[in-house]
Design a protein around this ligand. Structure first.
Ligand code: HEM
Ligand SMILES: *[C@@H]1O[C@H](CO)[C@@H](O)[C@H](O)[C@H]1NC(C)=O
Ligand SMILES: *[C@@H]1O[C@H](CO)[C@@H](O)[C@H](O)[C@H]1NC(C)=O
Length: 419
């Protein structure tokens, strides 16, 4: 008798323990979800930065209501393998279908093969093409100056000649429109401009000049039209232009304070720039293989586990043991263009700063942030620096912040960024 009732008693305590654990988990995940969503909504920071501010150096997973938050790179790389896209929402790129949005079906494989074909040729072309990378002297937003230079260069890499004015005028506005949405300077695409971009690239593909990147690539011409155009317009022209512009601008801003590091230990300086300013904010996955869906912040992954994580320090890359750089991705979906992108960005960056007498001075009221909410506000000059260079401030900061805040929130809702 006694033994039965004691085992009953044990059962009951187990049951209550479990129940109260469940209640605790639910209350906790409700609390964390609420804190995260509210802070992401009210602050000017991006969700990725908010996550770093709230959860900092915590390890493992945080149980949110509808998914897990992965806090460190070790936990992330130990997850079961999956080749689904990291990021399924983006209206920034229509009418294109970039590789990173395709599921791991047959067209993804074709696109990946075609990509690596083009990638190899471009890496050879990089050194052979000459281009002019001199920034105009001026105080102001240099982001679009860099963007325009790199967009011409990306055309050269793909077609092995500079664009004619006509071609450039039909392509460039499309590139600009895409980047303005990615940067949250506007919230809806200009479909007509995108269509011009699409049509112009289609025409160039159909011309199939002997120097065209895919001239002798059978797989490329076996793909449907949308994939052919996306591959050229999105995977190469847009991605090179958008990503390398950001990286070059980040390096220029860091260079204004750490010029020696870029002269003496360029590779470390590049890694340290990408550690502090990764080009993506969040990665997300829908549930797969019995796993909960997850979300992770690149800002947190890149800082979690480093000493003085917010400081710029090139020497940390010389330590024998350190956390990995996560900015290029982490699994089968990681960036297939790391070498190309490093090479192009290095070439453009060095060509800019090695101009005779080059100097750069960011505006006195400018803060270096990951997403360029007010562009890249800096004074560029050659030779002697004017005495007032350090006092110059850019205008309309508040207005730009508000516009950016609004577009970002519209997009968070439109694309279910945190759901
Ligand atoms: C300049 C710095 C660059 C960085 C830091 C970078 C980083 C990344 C990351 C993190 C991903 C994973 C997907 C995601 O974030 O959602 C990715 C994917 C990709 N990147 Fe890059 N990227 C850079 C430049 C480039 C360039 C210049 C190209 C093209 C020439 C390129 C082509 C791609 C492609 C095609 C994918 C999709 C791969 C797939 O889903 O199969 N990237 N990149
Ligand atoms: C920079 O990061 C890349 C990518 O993680 C790595 O392969 C490379 O070794 C790093 N460079 C240095 C100098 O540590
Ligand atoms: C880019 O890569 C090519 C070939 O691998 C190499 O010759 C060249 O020095 C590289 N350029 C830069 C700026 O890294």
């Amino acid at each position: 008798m006694l033994s039965i009732s004691s085992s009953h008693f044990e059962k009951y305590t187990m049951y209550f323990k479990k129940l109260s654990m469940n209640v605790l988990v639910s209350v906790q995940s409700f609390y964390y979800t609420l804190v995260l969503y509210l802070s992401a909504f009210v602050t000017l920071m991006t969700p990725g930065t908010v996550i770093w501010k709230i959860f900092g150096n915590r390890k493992g997973k945080v149980h949110l209501m509808s998914r897990d938050l992965i806090c460190d790179s070790e936990t992330l790389t130990k997850l079961p393998k999956c080749s689904k896209p990291l990021d399924q929402f983006t209206n920034a790129l229509c009418p294109f279908l970039p590789t990173f949005l395709l599921d791991s079906d047959n067209s993804w494989k074709q696109r990946r093969n075609v990509f690596s074909f083009g990638n190899d040729i471009i890496i050879e072309r990089i050194g052979q093409i000459s281009a002019d990378f001199r920034l105009t002297s001026k105080p102001g937003n240099i982001l679009w100056d860099v963007f325009e230079m790199i967009s011409r260069y990306s055309f050269q890499l793909v077609f092995n000649r500079p664009p004619t004015n006509e071609e450039f005028n039909r392509i460039y506005p499309g590139l600009l429109d895409i980047n303005r949405i990615i940067k949250r300077f506007t919230s809806t695409p200009d479909v007509k401009i995108r269509q011009n971009f699409y049509d112009e690239v289609l025409k160039l593909i159909q011309d199939n000049d002997k120097d065209f990147l895919f001239h002798s690539c059978e797989t490329f011409f076996q793909m449907e039209e949308i994939h052919q155009v996306s591959s050229v317009a999105e995977d190469f022209l847009t991605t090179i232009t958008v990503q390398c512009t950001d990286l070059v601008c980040h390096m220029l801003l860091v260079y204004s304070e750490h010029a020696d590091d870029f002269q003496n230990q360029f590779d470390n300086a590049l890694n340290e720039t990408l550690r502090l300013y990764p080009l993506t904010d969040l990665w997300m996955r829908q549930p797969y293989g019995g796993q909960r869906g997850w979300i992770t912040s690149l800002v947190q992954l890149n800082r979690n586990g480093w000493a003085q994580p917010d400081a710029f320090s090139c020497e940390r890359w010389n330590l024998p043991k350190h956390p990995p750089l996560m900015s290029w991705g982490f699994d089968i979906r990681r960036c297939p263009a790391q070498k190309l992108a490093t090479n192009v960005s290095k070439l453009v960056f060095q060509a800019i700063v090695n101009q005779e007498g080059f100097w750069i001075e960011p505006a006195a009221n400018f803060q270096h942030e990951r997403t360029f909410p007010y562009g890249c506000q800096a004074w560029i000059g050659y030779g002697e620096k004017p005495k007032n260079a350090r006092q110059w401030k850019f205008e309309n900061k508040l207005r730009m912040q508000l516009r950016r805040w609004l577009c970002e929130k519209l997009r968070m809702i439109d694309q279910n960024e945190l759901n």
